[in-house]
Design a binder for this molecule. Structure first.
Ligand SMILES: [Fe+2]
Ligand SMILES: [Fe+2]
Length: 315
């Protein structure tokens, strides 16, 4: 049996039995005129919905912990757009794409392509740095392969960063072929690491959200910090990481938004940083045009929020 999604429930006009699973986003204790009740915010890949738990289930409420997934049984009331919960049960195994927006690309294939490019990077300190980050530190790769590339404007779904980075690697690789004067290994390493701070900036379960450090420091600084720390660790182990290469790589992370007004503390001052900025911008914009062309809205012109303009697609 397929899962009943939030979007389907919200469309129904008459009361409907619910027996489906959702992630619990929020749990609030409230006092009604007659009795106390709990107000739940539930979510899945298609959106959020609210639910009530009444006193008859009060002794089981401690089992409800935000961030966990539950099978919810009850009735959806279309007038108030809520589910009255009759029973719930914690669920341990589920399909992540049912619960959060997910990349339309094939994730294992993206992972393979990613490591194929990583393995073409020859220059020893850069190769060592990537190995250290992606092979030695399990939690980096675990988050890198899943985190969205952005909160809403482009690739805002699980696997989005990896999809964005793999697309950029292909562009950077092509650029290095037509422009052999560019430092290819540095360009590709910068591509891989430019948004590394996203793994600290965003959470993606049960909803895509900024973390406290993401809001307070932002992914540029968070990524800079991770990479700088990794370089220092390598040096302590005896790896010769030239100082100017460290500066050139960190500069790419700091300058990748291109302008101070767009959140970069410095503008690009190296060939590779400038190329990275244009490719990054190109890939994000291409995603936005694709999204506008594929949108289900009707008509030849579609408003695209990230581009802040209309896109024409009737040709
Ligand atoms: Fe960025
Ligand atoms: Fe990016």
């Amino acid at each position: 049996m397929g899962k009943l999604f939030v979007s389907e429930l919200l469309e129904s006009r008459s009361p409907r039995d619910v027996d489906s699973y959702f992630a619990l986003v929020k749990l609030e204790a409230r006092q009604g005129p007659q009795q106390a009740y709990w107000f739940l915010t539930l979510s899945d890949a298609t959106g959020q919905i609210h639910a009530y738990v009444f006193e008859e289930l009060a002794n089981r409420v401690p089992e409800l912990v935000p961030g966990n997934v539950y099978t919810i049984r009850g009735v959806f009331h279309p007038d108030r757009k809520v589910i009255k919960v009759r029973d719930f049960r914690r669920l341990q195994s589920y399909r992540l794409p049912d619960l959060v927006p997910f990349t339309p690309a094939d994730l294992p294939e993206l992972e393979q392509t990613f490591f194929r490019y990583v393995n073409t990077i020859q220059e020893p300190p850069l190769r060592d740095l990537l190995r250290f980050l992606f092979e030695e530190q399990d939690e980096v790769w675990e988050r890198f392969r899943k985190v969205p590339a952005a909160m809403k404007y482009h690739h805002a779904y699980v696997g989005g960063l990896l999809e964005h980075v793999v697309s950029l690697l292909a562009l950077a690789d092509a650029f290095a072929r037509t422009h052999p004067d560019v430092h290819r290994d540095l360009l590709l390493t910068g591509v891989i690491l430019h948004d590394l701070g996203k793994i600290d900036e965003l959470t993606f379960f049960p909803t895509i959200e900024y973390t406290d450090s993401g809001r307070l420091l932002g992914h540029i600084i968070l990524g800079y910090e991770r990479v700088n720390r990794a370089i220092h660790t390598l040096r302590e182990r005896g790896v010769a990481f030239p100082e100017n290469l460290r500066l050139a790589l960190l500069h790419m992370i700091l300058a990748h938004h291109g302008e101070k007004a767009w959140g970069s503390p410095v503008e690009p001052h190296t060939y590779e940083a400038q190329v990275l900025h244009f490719l990054d911008n190109l890939d994000a914009k291409a995603w936005m045009f694709r999204q506008a062309r594929e949108s289900e809205e009707e008509g030849a012109w579609v408003w695209q929020e990230g581009l802040r303009k209309r896109v024409f697609r009737d040709y």
